[in-house]
Design a protein around this ligand. Structure first.
Ligand code: ATP
Ligand code: F6P
Length: 492
């Protein structure tokens, strides 16, 4: 599982997937290569406790970090035979229900073990209630016999109001209740929970030999037991930072800079006159999108163009070095045309694998993701944040929230003078865009070209070259709100 990473001047070196986060090579005492860590995260908890949401977020986070991860949802396996069960199906005195549920769990675990054996990734999530000690012991034994570590993640929640709102938010629209009246579906789901409650056993001292995390009332209390290695502790740390309070994240590139006009990359240029106009207009656009009286914190990079762009915003501001633009090393201050002329092999190598290409003396997109990881963690902990940053950085942050694959993210078109609002929802992130009525050059460079940045005004932006929410053609002029963009992300 290695990627080829060009290192400047077209030279290649092999780096492991998830560089920095997993060992490059693991040997036993005799120097013989042994298998990398493989972890099965076993979700535990009553229905409507956010297990699937947590599972999907962990998979997205790990995928963004190039750690192969997949969620195995037992509900989906169960639906093969029982697509629309009533609460009675989950009553443990229902022998046929018990048999089918056990078969679904076994099928999911078997597929998961196969997935590991085929070397498809290092972290699998077994997304089911796994609500009895017997069931957990069986999973522990089965998975350990395959040489896979386990970490049990229990979500406990006794906030009735929250559970009811979870049911209304996601359960009445679940495929289990397709075509049914939402009120009846909600009632049936509550009965389903009652059936589970009859047999549910929380993780306790009897299970002190297993590795587990208990998240109580959405992380207001977290209990951890026997965390064994770095990868496990990373997962735990991520889980500890999650919250479900309603909030949004706004991201914008800086206003057009002098370098943007000249077609130069990198540097620490001032804003152009049009960039300054965007800075002046930004507070109004933000007001239109955020509304009055909502508390917001503004994050910028340490480079002049983002600080100048945020200048007229009256919120608390933080500058982060981690938000500085991708370091283009020896190419800093050059135009793409000059790079192609001076470093033709590099120019080609970057086009062939833009995500992994590392500028000589600089960074790759992969490097940027690693340095952005603390930013993502802080974003998960925070509420409303507005980030003013740079093209490559914005692509990486956007890719995390919208689950954009690595081969596409470096090629996404992110126009200047546009505020993007991301709102995390149960299983996906919603996007809206607000475009300023201030023309700017387009700094987008399509694969295989080295043309100087095109000049484009807000009514004449170039057509998208890749299909993605960010690439869709811009909306109407004048800080107009575009209709809600696609809801991406997996549906349960
Ligand atoms: P089921 O067992 O039916 O599959 P589940 O536990 O997987 O249920 P989800 O489908 O993930 O539950 O429920 C999502 C809802 O749970 C969302 O509305 C989300 O806001 C909420 N939620 C997320 N995390 C938690 C948590 N730690 N505790 C309680 N609710 C949560
Ligand atoms: O051109 C603006 C800019 O922010 C440069 O400073 C940076 O090198 C570049 O965009 C990143 O975009 P790409 O990865 O497409 O070259």
């Amino acid at each position: 599982d290695a990627d080829v990473q060009p290192t400047g001047h077209g030279a290649m070196r092999r780096v492991p997937t998830g560089e920095f986060l997993t060992p490059s090579r693991k040997t036993n005492g005799k120097g013989v290569q042994v298998e990398d860590t493989r972890i099965c995260v076993v979700m535990v908890g009553l229905p409507a406790r956010g297990k699937s949401l947590i599972a999907q977020k962990v998979v997205r986070y790990l995928g963004w970090l190039s750690i192969g991860a997949k969620s195995f949802n037992v509900g989906q396996y169960r639906r093969t035979d029982t697509p629309t069960p009533t609460a009675n199906f989950f009553d443990t005195s229902n022998a046929e229900g018990e048999r089918l549920r056990r078969a679904a769990a076994e099928a999911a675990v078997a597929d998961m073990c196969k997935w590991f054996r085929e070397g498809k990734g290092s972290i699998a999530i077994l997304d089911a209630t796994n609500s009895t000690k017997d069931r957990r012991r069986w999973i522990q034994d089965r998975v350990t016999s395959e040489g896979i570590e386990t970490i049990f993640v229990e979500s406990k929640c006794d906030d009735e109001e929250l559970i009811m709102s979870n049911i209304l938010e996601v359960k009445t629209t679940s495929p289990d209740y397709v075509g049914q009246d939402p009120e009846e579906a909600a009632m049936d789901f509550r009965n389903r929970i009652r059936n589970y409650e009859k047999v549910y056993q929380t993780i306790d001292e009897d299970e002190s030999d297993i590795t587990y995390v208990k998240l109580i009332n959405v992380g207001s209390q977290v209990i951890i037991n026997r965390i064994q290695d770095y990868l496990q502790s990373r997962v735990v740390y991520y889980l500890m930072n999650l919250h479900i309070k309603p909030r949004s994240i706004w991201i914008s590139r800086h206003g057009e800079s002098q370098y943007n006009i000249e077609g130069k990359i990198g540097g620490d240029a001032d804003l152009s006159p049009r960039g300054q106009m965007y800075a002046h207009q930004l507070p109004d656009i933000v007001k239109q999108s955020v509304g009055d009286g909502r508390k917001l914190t503004v994050w910028t990079s340490t480079l002049k163009r983002t600080i100048q762009t945020a200048r007229y915003l009256t919120f608390e501001k933080l500058e982060w070095k981690a938000l500085d633009e991708l370091d283009s090393g020896v190419c800093d201050g050059l135009t793409y045309g000059e790079i192609e002329e001076r470093y033709p092999d590099d120019f080609k190598a970057r086009d062939e694998d833009k995500y992994n290409y590392r500028y000589l003396g600089g960074e790759s997109y992969r490097d940027v993701v690693i340095r952005l990881e603390p930013i993502i963690m802080e974003l998960e902990r925070s509420e409303n944040i507005l980030i003013v940053t740079h093209q490559a950085i914005l692509r990486c942050i956007y890719a995390y929230f919208m689950d954009v694959p690595q081969e596409r993210s470096p090629w996404m078109e992110v126009p200047l003078h546009t505020l993007i609002k991301l709102t995390p929802r149960a299983y996906n992130t919603q996007e809206e865009r607000f475009k300023a009525d201030i023309p700017a050059v387009s700094t987008f460079r399509a694969k295989g070209t080295s043309a100087k940045h095109q000049d484009a005004d807000s009514s004449d932006l170039p057509e998208a070259s890749m299909a993605s929410p960010l690439d869709s053609p811009p909306g109407p002029r004048g800080a107009d709100k575009e209709p809600d963009a696609l809801d991406l992300g997996p549906q349960k």
